[in-house]
Write a protein that binds this ligand. Structure first.
Ligand SMILES: [Zn+2]
Length: 479
């Protein structure tokens, strides 16, 4: 089977489209990263995981060395200034500390490191260069120490969010300021007070607006136009709309990125997450505390729970969802743990880094259908469980590895016997496998009496069998 073509849903056209990179030898993706002033919440984890899966798929399709993934770090922002002041520490201390926790969180979630993680404070020169171009071409103006983007100067403004200027004005909280020519005009540069971080510029000592950061960092690392721009759906307007305005007008291009991808919202236990509702939960708390569900969860459990829903759909983050994810991983992991003992040695890495199966590739190539991929993992488990053959176990293991759900560390956890009231021990799984193989042999030789006897023996152990139309047999534990 050949590699399936990648299709992605493009917010710009509101259609699922074939993905055609500008240069297959250099596929380029930019995703808006965190503002490092506090712990990242679980809603922030969604784009991290979604675009990590896409990064993995692109690397597989085009070759790891042909994909550049840029995820920025916003380390200059009014929220950072306020928090550092509150805590009585320097801005540098706050952003360093927060970034360190953020990096540990994303690593625990099984995300690969992006190719580049540029920092806003290291791209001030590029921001100033873009602003100068915008002023020179009549798309921005300086007033009162500020520089503003002149929104009416761009006729196609609003193309991504598909809103007219009137609609935007009605929906936006507009800051009225004497230096603004139009209500929708947004800040590119603003003056800094003595105690605020600031850089020298042609417009006095100041600091950048938020939107200009992404235009500058994507330009520095990916060029004037690139392939994919991603982020949460809440960024479509105004952040992404403004990035497009800045980049297209500064570089005279029709598009900033050809494909715009946005993940859906995340709710917690059926409600919008907010500090006032008391349901605000950070990645760090989920990994290390008892706050959500009474105990900490592992990174793979959080990751699989996220992937059980399609990235464009809203997701409801609940304890039962995490339990379901944990049960699946534990079942899959134990089978692999037993299989490794039987067929492979831990030293041989080849058996689990074989790359994704065509089933997983097909699902992910269809606009990152991760629930379909999870269903495919379940089929892979059933096949591995009923046959216990090295090939089927390897398929399950390498698919889990490809999706970032299993590595050598998780295997080390799974391979010894693990307790728990609802879990089968690896020894029991091994025995069930053996009995299933004997029963398959009996059925192949039409020895129905022996086949029935084994079915009864398994039933006595609490295992129910189901013979499927496609000739496979699946099983479940009777509760
Ligand atoms: Zn951005």
């Amino acid at each position: 089977m050949s590699t399936p073509a990648l299709k992605i849903y493009n917010t710009l056209t509101r259609r699922k489209e074939d993905f055609r990179p500008i240069d297959p030898a250099n596929v380029r993706m930019y995703v808006c990263g965190p503002t490092v002033y506090d712990y990242a919440h679980i809603g922030n984890a969604r784009p991290l995981i979604v675009f990590d899966v896409l990064f993995r798929l692109l690397r597989h399709l085009y070759g790891a060395e042909h994909v550049t993934y840029v995820r920025n770090i916003t380390d200059v922002d009014d929220k950072i200034n306020a928090r550092a002041f509150e805590r009585g520490i320097s801005i540098r201390e706050l952003t360093e500390e927060t970034n360190k926790i953020f990096q540990a969180d994303v690593k625990a979630l099984g995300c690969l490191e992006p190719t580049v993680q540029p920092r806003a404070t290291e791209h001030i020169a590029q921001m100033i260069a873009i602003i100068e171009r915008l002023i020179a071409s009549g798309h921005a103006y300086a007033a009162d120490g500020h520089v503003l983007f002149d929104v009416p100067s761009m006729p196609s403004y609003g193309r991504l969010s598909r809103r007219s200027l009137d609609e935007m004005l009605a929906g936006a909280r507009v800051d009225v300021a004497p230096y603004k020519r139009g209500d929708m005009d947004f800040v590119l540069w603003k003056p800094s007070k003595e105690n605020e971080p600031g850089w020298d510029s042609p417009w006095g000592r100041g600091r950048p607006g938020w939107h200009i950061e992404c235009s500058a960092m994507s330009w520095a690392h990916l060029g004037e136009t690139f392939d994919i721009h991603g982020g949460g759906i809440d960024l479509v307007f105004p952040h992404h709309e403004n990035e497009i305005a800045q980049s297209c007008c500064a570089f005279g291009q029709d598009v900033m990125a050809n494909y715009w991808m946005h993940n859906g919202f995340l709710q917690v236990e059926g409600e919008k997450m907010s500090k006032s509702l008391g349901n605000f939960v950070t990645i760090h708390e989920l990994l290390h505390t008892e706050k959500f569900g009474g105990h900490p969860w592992t990174g793979p459990v959080l990751r699989l729970a996220m992937l059980m829903t399609h990235y464009r759909h809203p997701i409801d983050w609940t304890v039962p969802r995490l339990r379901e994810s944990r049960a699946l991983l534990s079942k899959w992991g134990k089978l692999i743990g037993v299989g490794v003992k039987e067929h492979f040695t831990f030293e041989d890495e080849w058996w689990w880094v074989a790359g994704p199966s065509v089933f997983i590739q097909e699902r992910l190539a269809d606009d990152l259908d991760s629930p379909g991929a999870v269903a495919s993992l379940s089929s892979a488990f059933d096949a591995a469980f009923s046959s216990n053959s090295p090939d089927t176990i390897r398929r399950l293991a390498s698919d889990l590895h490809f999706l970032g759900l299993m590595d050598a560390d998780s295997l080390a956890v799974w391979s010894p016997i693990e307790g728990g009231p609802n879990d089968l021990s690896p020894d029991t799984i091994g025995l069930v496998n053996q009995l299933l193989m004997s029963r398959n042999a009996a059925r192949a030789s039409k020895n129905w009496a022996e086949s029935d006897r084994i079915r009864d023996e398994l039933a006595a152990m609490g295992i129910a069998l189901k013979d499927n139309k496609d000739g496979t047999t699946t099983w479940e534990v009777k509760r």
